[in-house]
Write a protein that binds this ligand. Structure first.
Ligand SMILES: Nc1ncnc2c1ncn2[C@@H]1O[C@H](COP(=O)(O)OP(=O)(O)OP(=O)(O)O)[C@@H](O)[C@H]1O
Ligand SMILES: [Mg+2]
Length: 138
């Protein structure tokens, strides 16, 4: 179980701490790498269905709509090799998706050219058993 510090209370998910750290490093790394000006924002809350939601948002160049379906294919990169300013292998998002799905999560990527990109992760919320809380508190 992972306990994340939410805006008002800890939000728990079932998962692996190292894997979640890797996921966040990949997503924040992309956001910082591709954004020349503006901001990178990471948000944690719950969505309307009560799932735990993590969003990584940037004000970078955005991704063309027709490329979005391919982003999680291994080695896929939007810019061709001659235009590339940024390094990388094109593996980050494919690994990220596998790790997220292993933690029963979902990853959604929204983007608008010239505006930026937002990656939303949703995980089923885990409620620790009341009994376990009681034992810990004792
Ligand atoms: N936040 C973003 N803004 C703009 N383009 C992005 C963003 N995130 C990913 N991309 C595009 O999607 C491609 C694939 O991303 P991915 O993280 O899989 O690979 P990478 O960052 O190029 O390399 P690696 O993660 O292996 O170091 C990137 O090369 C880039 O073209
Ligand atoms: Mg990457």
């Amino acid at each position: 179980m992972l306990s994340l510090l939410g805006p008002r209370e800890p939000l728990c998910i079932n998962g692996d701490e190292t894997a979640l750290r890797q996921v966040l490093i990949n997503l924040a790394g992309n956001a910082v790498k591709f954004t020349d000006a503006g901001a990178v924002t990471i948000m944690l809350d719950t969505d309307a269905a009560g799932s735990v939601r993590i969003q990584v948002e940037d004000t970078g160049p955005g991704i063309p709509e027709d490329k979005l379906p391919f982003l999680t294919q291994p080695f896929f990169q939007v810019e061709d090799v001659y235009q590339r300013r940024n390094g990388g292998t094109g593996l980050g998002l494919s690994i990220t998706r596998i790790l997220v799905e292993r933690m029963m999560g979902k990853m959604q990527i929204e983007s608008e050219i010239g505006q930026g990109t937002r990656v939303t992760l949703t995980f089923p919320r885990h409620f620790p058993a009341a009994a376990a809380d009681t034992v810990k508190a004792a």
